[in-house]
Design a protein around this ligand. Structure first.
Ligand code: GRF
Length: 218
C-alpha cells in the first residue's frame, strides 16, 4: 500500500471531479488525503461537497486582493500551511502564474476535457463538435507555464456520434474524467511517475521496466 499523498484541490464550480477523488479515497482505490479545498467562487458546489465530507474548505474572493499575485500568495500560503504535496486543479478557472507553477514545480495536476494538444482552453467540447473530430476525450496532465500544455499522464478516448450535442458529449467525457483523474493521482502516490522532457513514464508495478503508457484503468 502506498503512502498517503496529501492533496490540495482548487475548484471554481460543481466539483464532480473533486467528488470522484473523494469517492476513490473512500473506497480505498486512492491512497490520499485531501487537506484543503480552495475555491475562487463563493457559491461553488464543490465547497458543499467538501463540507459534506468534513474536508477543510475555504472561499478566497479574488476581488479582495490587490493583485493576482497577492491572491496566489494566499493560495500558496494555505497549501503550504496544510502540508499539501500535490495540487489538483479540478475545474479551477484561473490560469496560474509562472510564479505559482515554479513554486510547486511538477506538483500540480489538471484535468482537461479534450485530447490535448487538441482543443486547449475553454468550450472545448463545442470546439470538438464544430471541428468534426470523430473522437474526443480527456487528459490529466502536469501543469506547466502554458495553458493546458504540460506533460500528459493519462488520456481517455470517447467516440463522437452524429447526434451529439455539447451537453451529451460533455457528459460522456466527464464519466471518463472521473476514472482517469483518481488513477493519475494514485500513480503519483505510488511514486511510479517520471517526467522526461514532454513525456511521462510510468513504472510498472514490479518496477522492472519503465515504459510510456496509458496505464490500464483497473
Ligand atoms: C471538467 O470538465 C474539467 O475537465 C474541466 O472543468 C470541468 C470541471 O467539472 N477542467 P467539475 O467541477 O469537476 O464537475
Amino acid at each position: 500500500m502506498a503512502k498517503k499523498i496529501s492533496l490540495g484541490v482548487l475548484v471554481s464550480g460543481r466539483g464532480s471531479n473533486l467528488q470522484a477523488i473523494i469517492d476513490s479515497i473512500n473506497n480505498g482505490k486512492l491512497d490520499a488525503t485531501i487537506e484543503i479545498v480552495i475555491s475562487d467562487v463563493k457559491d461553488a458546489y464543490a465547497l458543499e461537497r467538501a463540507k459534506k465530507n468534513n474536508i477543510k474548505n475555504i472561499f478566497l474572493d479574488p476581488k479582495t486582493y490587490i493583485s493576482k499575485q497577492e491572491f496566489e500568495n494566499e493560495v500558496i500560503r494555505l497549501l503550504k500551511e496544510n502540508n499539501v504535496e500535490l495540487i489538483c486543479l479540478a475545474g479551477f478557472m484561473k490560469v496560474l502564474s509562472s510564479n505559482f507553477v515554479k513554486e510547486f514545480k511538477n506538483r500540480i495536476l489538471n484535468i482537461h476535457p479534450s485530447l490535448l494538444p487538441s482543443f486547449p482552453g475553454l468550450h472545448v467540447q463545442k470546439k470538438a463538435l464544430e471541428h468534426g473530430v470523430k473522437f474526443s476525450g480527456c487528459t490529466v496532465h502536469f501543469v506547466d507555464e502554458g495553458v493546458d500544455t504540460g506533460p500528459i499522464i493519462i488520456q481517455a478516448v470517447v467516440p463522437i456520434f452524429d447526434n451529439d450535442t455539447e451537453e451529451i458529449l460533455s457528459e460522456r467525457i466527464l464519466k471518463e474524467e472521473h476514472k482517469i483523474y483518481p488513477k493519475a493521482i494514485q500513480l503519483i502516490a505510488e511514486d511510479r511517475v517520471t517526467i522526461k522532457g514532454r513525456s511521462v513514464f510510468v513504472k510498472n508495478v514490479e518496477e522492472k521496466d519503465v515504459f510510456l503508457i496509458n496505464p490500464p484503468l483497473e
